[in-house]
Design a protein. Structure first.
Lengths: 309, 271
């Protein structure tokens, strides 16, 4: 193999016949064909340079900088590793409260989405006719393409003073207005399709014969749902919850649009980069959602949910 | 499972309510773009098209739209090249660390957007700024491309796995070299997957606000950034509403295209 390729590349090796047979492009192609690892190297080089160097490199810089501090007089970075930032986060009740509130919001959003998504996905997969089902899938997918900002904005309009929700409830000021409940509502609205789609896919894979078997054995609809359907779609629900949980934890835009004065981890991170210009502290704060997500992913790994993403 | 008629009707009702929950806010935005009242009092007492005329003339919105299109095209182009390369490597070769690659590629979109955002920001502050490179459109494209790779990768990899290697082997047996096989056999077979992935990548980039915030620097405004900056100005509210209405209507286009071009690829799902 290698002997052939050396001959090809040596100056005297290219006889006139082989040149007319293909020319340099073709010879290069066949050389490539014989050297699989070169092709692999070429294919992987640019993407890996990008993702490993640019992205993982950035994450590493972020992690390292969370141990740095900022000189409070000059605003310069002090590149000496200390646990100062983490100590502040644990010691100050403000940060603890915001972290707990963020996790609470993420949990509430996930639970609301599961409760809304389950009956919808069940209807789509097991009740609707195939034609209706196809249309319903499109109807669930379409809002995913609508802009995130536009969807959050639409709720700002809905919940505004004298807006449609107030009108529905009987006059200006009757609705919930902007605040923490509005934040949970809007985040649940934004991530709902991410919950419906995996559950629908999970139910779609669940064979009807199992449901019939349960009915034949005397199980009523409720019993069948509890004992057959639910255990089978737990991985799908967890897959959906990874999205709703992660997306809620990182959000700080929707909170600003409908949350009033509510603050989540994302807002604190953003404030520390922008006005406070304290990148190390922001980096330390940002490790909280990362640790929670990594912990969550590790906890649900054994359920098989990760294969359903 | 035998469902009683009552259960069926309850499920049907839940489906209808769920769809209403999803679509009513969007419809309200569309209706409000014709609401003559500046504060969007509801229900509208008068209708007008003057906001549409004002939005059409808004230079800020036009500039921002153009910036978004440039960023989207740039990020999509990079994502198409990088995503296709990795998917070929993963589909056609066995090598050490192959299983970790999917995880590495999904990571930029699996981690909260703000993490990707400040990671790129801190990398910029520590490594790029000392070299004298300013933030701006180029850095936005870099940030967007990082999380757009995954959608191209997923689409192309699914297609390559389904195709198998038989067509390429047949092409080689018939005397085609590597490049000819790619040009005449493989590329036409994966074209629609590339299109679906590219469409998704563009949509992701076009919609992105968090990563953009951290990479744009002053002076560069994509459409989401422009909307967000003007969201809290009462004077601009009607114009924002028209832009939002336009974006809602336009979002039907990619769904329509994806449905027509490829029925098999994950044209709808975002991941």
């Amino acid at each position: 193999m290698s002997a052939v390729s050396t001959m090809d590349r040596s100056p005297g090796g290219a006889s006139p016949e082989s040149a007319t047979a293909g020319g340099p492009v073709r010879r290069f192609a066949s050389w490539l064909h014989r050297h699989g690892w070169v092709r692999l190297g070429v294919l992987l080089s640019a993407p890996m340079a990008w993702l490993v160097v640019a992205y993982l490199g950035s994450l590493a810089v972020l992690l390292v900088s969370s141990f740095w501090t900022v000189n409070s007089f000059t605003g310069d970075l002090v590149r000496e590793p200390t646990l100062e930032n983490f100590r502040t986060i644990f010691a100050e009740p403000v940060y603890r409260n915001v972290a707990i509130r963020s996790v609470g919001v993420a949990v509430a959003v996930t639970v609301i989405d599961i409760l809304i998504a389950l009956p919808m996905a069940f209807f789509m997969a097991k009740v609707a006719s195939p034609r209706v089902r196809a249309w319903l899938v499109i109807a669930i997918l379409t809002p995913l393409w609508a802009s995130y900002l536009v969807k959050a904005y639409s709720w700002r309009v809905m919940l505004g003073n004298g807006g449609p929700v107030d009108w529905l409830l009987g006059g200006p000021g009757r609705g919930p207005g902007y605040g923490l409940p509005a934040t949970i509502l809007v985040l649940a609205y934004l991530w709902l399709p991410f919950m419906i789609l995996p559950i629908y896919a999970g139910l779609d894979r669940l064979p009807n014969s199992m449901l019939e078997a349960s009915a034949d054995l005397g199980g009523r609809a409720g019993r069948t749902f509890r004992s057959v359907v639910l255990p089978m779609i737990v991985p799908a629900v967890i897959a959906g919850s990874i999205f709703t949980f992660s997306l809620s934890l990182g959000d700080y835009i929707a909170v600003q649009i409908v949350g009033g004065k509510t603050q989540l981890i994302g807002n604190l991170v953003y404030a520390n980069i922008g006005t406070a210009n304290n990148l190390p502290f922001a980096a330390a704060l940002a490790t909280i959602p990362v640790l929670i997500m990594v912990g969550y992913l590790a906890a649900v790994r054994r359920s098989g949910a990760l294969d359903q993403l | 499972m035998t469902l009683s008629p009552t259960t069926r009707w309850l499920l049907r009702g839940a489906m209808a309510l769920g769809l209403a929950f999803i679509y009513v806010p969007l419809v309200i935005v569309l209706l409000n773009s014709f609401n003559a009242d500046r504060t969007f009092a509801w229900p509208p007492s008068n209708w007008t098209t003057q906001w549409w005329a004002r939005a059409w003339e808004s230079q800020g919105a036009r500039d921002a739209l153009w910036t978004s299109v440039k960023a989207g095209l740039g990020a999509t182009a990079i994502a198409l090249v990088l995503g296709t390369m990795v998917s070929f490597a993963v589909a056609r070769f066995r090598f050490f660390g192959r299983d970790s690659i999917s995880l590495l590629i999904v990571l930029p979109i699996a981690l909260p957007g703000i993490v990707t955002g400040i990671a790129l920001d801190s990398a910029y502050q520590t490594a790029i700024r000392p070299m004298g490179v300013e933030k701006g459109l180029f850095w936005v494209i870099v940030g967007h491309a990082t999380f757009c790779v995954v959608v191209v990768y997923n689409n192309v990899l699914a297609r390559l796995r389904r195709l198998g290697g038989n067509f390429e082997e047949a092409s080689a047996d018939l005397g085609a070299d590597t490049f000819q096989t790619f040009r005449f056999v493989t590329f036409p077979l994966i074209r629609s997957a590339l299109f679906a992935g590219g469409l998704l990548a563009f949509a992701l980039s076009f919609d992105e606000i968090i990563v953009t915030t951290f990479t744009a620097g002053p002076g560069v405004q994509t459409l989401p950034i422009w909307i967000f900056n003007n969201l809290f100005r009462p004077n601009q509210a009607p114009v924002i509403n028209v832009v939002a209405a336009v974006l809602i209507v336009v979002s039907i286009v990619p769904i329509y295209l994806a449905q027509r071009i490829s029925s098999d690829s994950a044209a709808g799902s975002r991941l």
